[in-house]
Write a new protein. Structure first.
Length: 423
């Protein structure tokens, strides 16, 4: 049986670092690679540059054991895992720049028998491109199953929930698809060494589309809830009550609406399907358009609520893309705050208990990060954008004489509070 002792993980972000840490704490020698020198320095000191529950504890343990080291340069290993971002460019075209750079960076270190695993969520056909890029760099290697100089290339999409990543990396079922049968089998053997969930075997292209389909499913269902919320606003119906009543049907489970969709997956991945089949993916495209339009619907409600106020002060609660995390990627809340800063001359006060400083694209605007209590106290209008647990226990007295726009339906609203109830 092929021995796998050392793993090189390319990309030490929200997926790569937890993955490297889990592997290190399961006995693998792990060499993590990232272009962020500050992140590399922190990790080698047993610290973290991102927030995920218990990640700091687990990284410290892994580093102190000697099993986890970080660098800006790859090293030889038995298994290489690529966990870099896959954003999109203009017109929602997939951008595989980071995947290609990561692939070419590891090519000089590859040896026959190595396994290369793409974990980054990717458009269909990307795993095959990874193999092509490697062979462009290394003519001495092969993917032919009958050659002694062969390497094995597979896709195993991450399927974890922020806030529960360390647990789900081990307990979740994993889909593994190789560019050929032997690649699949070798990769399955690797994941079986630390994953407790089921290992589901397929080919690379099906594995790629499976992850995209999962997130498109979520996106379509969220779009239904968001569209309902806008319909309810037009018809003067409480959407929260409506959804609660409809969900009493045994075969109905409408999701909760919000100010839009963010994060590294759901807001991005469906566009990969649309790009691959633009004439066929009609429903998926429409869902993306509905969810992408929701932040602007929220902005219009804020403008409507402030039309009779002279120089209104606005407080926005939350910047993260979802509750109880510090992840701001593709966050509709950030988009809303940025737009508000262009509409209003006054300072926009922002409360986000999970971060210590504003992201770069808000730093030079008329936006100020303050404590939740201070933001509410200063504001004429309070806009809740993220349903952090911290906000759910806000004292209702603090909201007296405020205009409240609750996009998540979680604030303690009373009859003494002027409300513009939207989602």
């Amino acid at each position: 049986m092929y021995k796998m002792k050392k793993v090189c993980v390319i990309g030490l972000g929200y997926i790569g670092l937890p993955t490297a840490t889990v592997l290190a704490n399961n006995g693998f020698e792990v060499h993590g690679v990232d272009i962020n020198e500050k992140a590399v320095e922190l990790i080698n000191n047993g610290q973290v540059h991102i927030y995920e529950p218990d990640l700091d504890i687990m990284v410290k343990k892994a580093v102190e054991s000697g099993n986890l080291k970080a660098s800006v340069i790859p090293e030889k290993a038995d298994v290489f895992i690529i966990a870099v971002p896959t954003p999109f460019k203009e017109n929602h075209k997939p951008d595989l720049t980071y995947v290609e750079q990561a692939t070419r960076s590891i090519s000089p270190y590859l040896e026959p028998g190595n396994i290369v695993i793409l974990e980054s969520t990717s458009p269909v056909g990307t795993t095959e491109k990874v193999a092509e890029w490697i062979l462009e760099e290394r003519e001495d290697l092969s993917i032919d199953e009958n050659r002694e100089n062969r390497i094995f290339v597979s896709h195993c999409p991450e399927r974890v929930l922020p806030g529960k990543i360390l647990k789900e990396l081990i307990e979740n079922n994993r889909i593994i698809g190789g560019i050929n049968e032997e690649s699949t089998k070798r990769t399955v053997g690797f994941y079986k060494s630390f994953v407790k969930g089921k290992i589901l075997e397929t080919n690379a292209r099906t594995a790629e589309l499976s992850k995209l389909a999962e997130n498109a499913f979520r996106d379509v269902n969220i779009a239904f809830a968001n569209e309902l919320s806008m319909i309810c606003d037009e018809l003067n119906i409480n959407v929260w009550e409506l959804i609660n009543l409809a969900n009493h049907h045994p075969r109905v489970n409408i999701l909760q609406p919000g100010p839009g969709v963010g994060g590294h997956c759901i807001a991005v991945d469906p566009w990969f399907i649309v790009d691959a089949a633009p004439e066929t993916a009609k429903l998926i495209r429409t869902a993306r358009m509905v969810n992408d339009s929701k932040p602007y619907f929220v902005i219009e409600k804020i403008k409507e609520a402030t039309k009779n106020l002279k120089n209104p002060t606005i407080a926005c609660l939350g910047l993260a893309f979802k509750a109880n995390v510090d992840d701001l990627r593709e966050s509709p809340a950030v988009k809303i705050v940025k737009e508000l800063s262009a509409i209003y001359d006054q300072t926009i006060y922002v409360a986000e208990p999970h971060i210590e400083e504003l992201p770069k694209d808000l730093l030079e605007l008329n936006v100020r990060l303050v404590k939740t209590e201070d933001a509410i106290e200063k504001a004429d209008v309070v806009v809740l954008l993220v349903d952090h647990d911290y906000f759910k226990v806000i004292d209702k007295k603090a909201l007296l004489n405020k205009i409240v726009i609750d996009t998540r339906g979680v604030l303690p609203i009373t009859s003494n509070i002027e409300v513009s109830m939207i989602i």
